[in-house]
Design a binder for this molecule. Sequence first.
Ligand SMILES: C[S@@+](CC[C@H](N)C(=O)[O-])C[C@H]1O[C@@H](n2cnc3c(N)ncnc32)[C@H](O)[C@@H]1O
Length: 181
Amino acid sequence: MGNLQHQVLEIGPGAGASLAYYPKDIHWIGIEPNPFMHPYLEREAQQRGLSNIQLLQGTAEDLPVEDESIDTVVSTHVLCSVRDLYRSLQEIKRILKPEGSFVFIEHVAGECGTWRRRVQDGIEPVWKNLFDNCHPNRETWKMLEQVELEVVNYYQFKLAFPVVSPHIAGRIRKKPLEMVQ
Ligand SMILES: C[S@@+](CC[C@H](N)C(=O)[O-])C[C@H]1O[C@@H](n2cnc3c(N)ncnc32)[C@H](O)[C@@H]1O
């Protein structure tokens, strides 16, 4: 994320673990629905030397910014928790400038038929209540394919903790107008 420029909007930044990775001169907008996180975010931004920050209350499903106003939207471990994934992705697409990017790292559902997936499906009703609506078995990649963004870079990797694995990470771009049919 060190090469991001201009207007960056991060959904669900939590306590600000990502702030360490941004260039200091960035205009960063955080959309964090949990107001208890805001003082942590402000402190983290100050410690990291980010002075041009804006913290807004809102949700990924209803982003309080204008159409085509943002260069990059960032999400790390948030799409598992949003109430409406499709709407959130539509909102991200709406606010991105033409050819703006969505950069993400998310844990997703394991492959169907594997023991990992069976555990995720079984534990989901309890897990989401314990962990702030986190769905361990969300097929986020399918929804990403449906919103008609252009994949620039995308890969999958596994971590040792099976419930919140595998992960997907990537950068997808809003299609230039001439590519939209
Ligand atoms: C697992 S935490 C991840 C925090 C941070 N992104 C990180 O990687 O450390 C999930 C975050 O998503 C936020 N969140 C939950 N639902 C959301 C929504 N609908 N829109 C935006 N953020 C949401 C939560 O408040 C929380 O800060």
